[in-house]
Design a protein around this ligand. Structure first.
Ligand code: 16G
Length: 254
């Protein structure tokens, strides 16, 4: 292998290490910068990190791809926050956050045993008024409020939920007790935030939220959780895979 070729490999590796160092350093800083803050120019950043403009651009490309910055031609580079895409895979809030490199956390706002509201009883397949566990949590990503989540669980989970850590993953708690969360029915709509929800999510009064209703069931189709969450609309995208209608011919007839 020629020395020039080796030198190129070493430079690329060094460039790789340098560019990785820039991405990590800028990520650490941006987690604490407000959305919309303008970053220094590429020239200033390249000088600061003592790298070429090309290496710096590689780092900015990755940060933009991950949703942490937005480069607006002619005005600059601005701090953003990754948007979480809820897709076809059954995931939990914790998993969604970690998938975007965000640290999840939660504050327990309330825990009680209550008669199931009619809609919840129906979704959980229970008689109206049957006792259920009620949990309300405010959920965060990197310390920023993402959603207010109100969950109801069948009473058989009372002891598990009373003794479990509800400020981490509830789905992990359920799985750890042998519950296999196997299916989900999800409904999404726009909903004007109540003043309490707006305050909890740092939104202005009458702001819109994404109301996401989830009914999770185990592998014997027994409902295990009804959750109604109110998400900041700027942080979530819900993607749906749509097939041709059920009886449509799959092949185009000649
Ligand atoms: C999902 C549910 C959420 C549920 C959570 C459990 C949405 C739209 N739906 O994220 O309501 O409580 O899973 O997450 O978030 P956890 O295991 O992180 O507590």
């Amino acid at each position: 292998m020629t020395t020039a070729f080796t030198a190129a490999i070493v430079e690329a590796q060094r460039g790789g290490a340098k560019y990785r160092r820039i991405v990590d350093a800028m990520l650490d800083e941006m987690r604490h910068k407000p959305q919309g803050e303008r970053l220094p120019s590429e020239r200033v950043l390249a000088e600061r990190f003592e790298v070429s403009r090309m290496t710096l651009r590689q780092a900015l490309d990755e940060l933009e791809q991950a949703g942490w910055i937005e480069r607006v031609h002619g005005s600059g580079t601005f701090v953003r926050r990754p948007v979480v895409s809820l897709g076809q895979v059954l995931t939990s809030f914790t998993q969604d956050m970690r998938a975007r490199g965000l640290t999840p956390s939660a504050t327990l706002l309330g825990f009680d045993v209550v008669p199931a509201p009619a809609e919840v009883a129906s979704e959980l397949g229970l008689p109206a008024g049957e006792e259920v566990v009620w949990i309300e949590r405010l959920r965060f990503a990197e310390g920023e409020p993402m959603c207010v989540e109100v969950s109801h669980f069948p009473i058989r989970f009372r002891q598990l939920l009373e003794t479990g850590d509800l400020e981490s993953s509830v789905h992990d708690l359920l799985r750890g007790s042998g519950v296999n969360i196997a299916s989900l029915v999800r409904r999404v709509c726009a909903r004007t935030a109540t003043s309490r929800t707006a305050r909890l999510l740092d939104l202005s009064d009458n702001a819109s939220t994404l109301e996401i209703d989830d009914v999770f069931a185990d592998d014997s189709q027994q409902p295990v959780q009804h959750a109604r969450s109110y998400y900041r609309p700027d942080r979530y995208v819900v993607s749906v895979q749509v097939r041709a209608h059920a009886d449509a011919p799959t092949e185009v007839r000649a």
